[in-house]
Design a protein around this ligand. Sequence first.
Ligand code: F3S
Length: 385
Amino acid sequence: MYLTKEEEKLLYSENQTIRKSMEILVALGEIFGADRLVKIKSVQISGISYQNIGDAGLEWFESLRGKFAVRAMLNPAGMDLERWKEMGIDEGFYRKQLRIVKALVNLGAEPTLTCTPYYFDPPSSGDHVAWAESNAVVYANSILGARTNRESGISALAAGIIGKTPNYGFHLDENRRPTVLVEVKTEMKSEAMISMLGYELGEKLSNEVPYFRFEDKIPQDWLKGLAASLAAKGNTALFHVENQTPEWNSFPVNYLEKIEVEKVGGEESETFKCDPDLIALGCPHLSERELENLFDLVKNRGKVKKDFWVFTSKEIIKKRADLVEKLEKHGVKVFGDTCMVVSPATENYECVMVNSGKALTYLPKLRKVDVRFGSMKECVEVAFV
Ligand code: F3S
């Protein structure tokens, strides 16, 4: 991989964090055949929950020195930094999680603590970024037309320190070409249905760039759910949607192998039917519009009968404090900085109802809970009975 004189100097920097970051980028570039480094606009760093990285990860973050060269945003942590007690998080966990966030903030990261950095700082079409959270990667590539590979927390951090990433994979035009046509011949009736579509196709479409043809226009919030479940079940980093996404007509598709989908919600989905003691929405973190939709469903009802947690960014919580207050009057708790999957708090429950194919994939494995699946509307109905 070609390095400029300036980049070469960074490989021999006295600052160990810079030197190691450069070594990581060069190693990645060489493994994947990058020709050079490309400047990026921002990074999004995942894997920062103390639950996932433990003391070794905490100590590593605290050993880093220097400053990010570009805007650095953080993925959710293991708790709401303010309302951690309400979530049932113990003080020991709280203190360690706080140290992780502080270590990254000391490097210049913004404690956005959200997996929807695209609501916070959306890159423009063609911008290069290095984002790590998988739904954010698919959203940036597919819905915004920006360019990022599926970074790990470490490679995103290294890219942030240097302000560049190796130019390979989805940074290059040739890899953004669709590889399979998915013709969906059934109407998408809810956000949960399209999320289930991603759940069911994720493994089959792993390592593909699917080109979706739907019968109707799909709301952007629903495409977010599709992005998340595809990426959770497989390695998808980019898809195109006919007549909708920015690059849909950049490549010919008539030569592609075709998958036809006649039905969504197969036999496996029938098994997600436990009796929930927690309803959890916001995987990925809810948008303002989704928060409004939720309030519309809740507003004519009394108090929730089951624990009902909603996850979004602190940015949206501050901006829509009015809506949050109204939802909380109905007993719905709106948490920021975390989610039902990365927080150990979910382990205090037995069956969690979700409307997300991504949560469906990870909750049983990571939080050891049973899951029930339904749309936001169905979740609300179950919560108030
Ligand atoms: Fe986000 Fe947590 Fe889901 S990080 S995409 S809400 S698993």
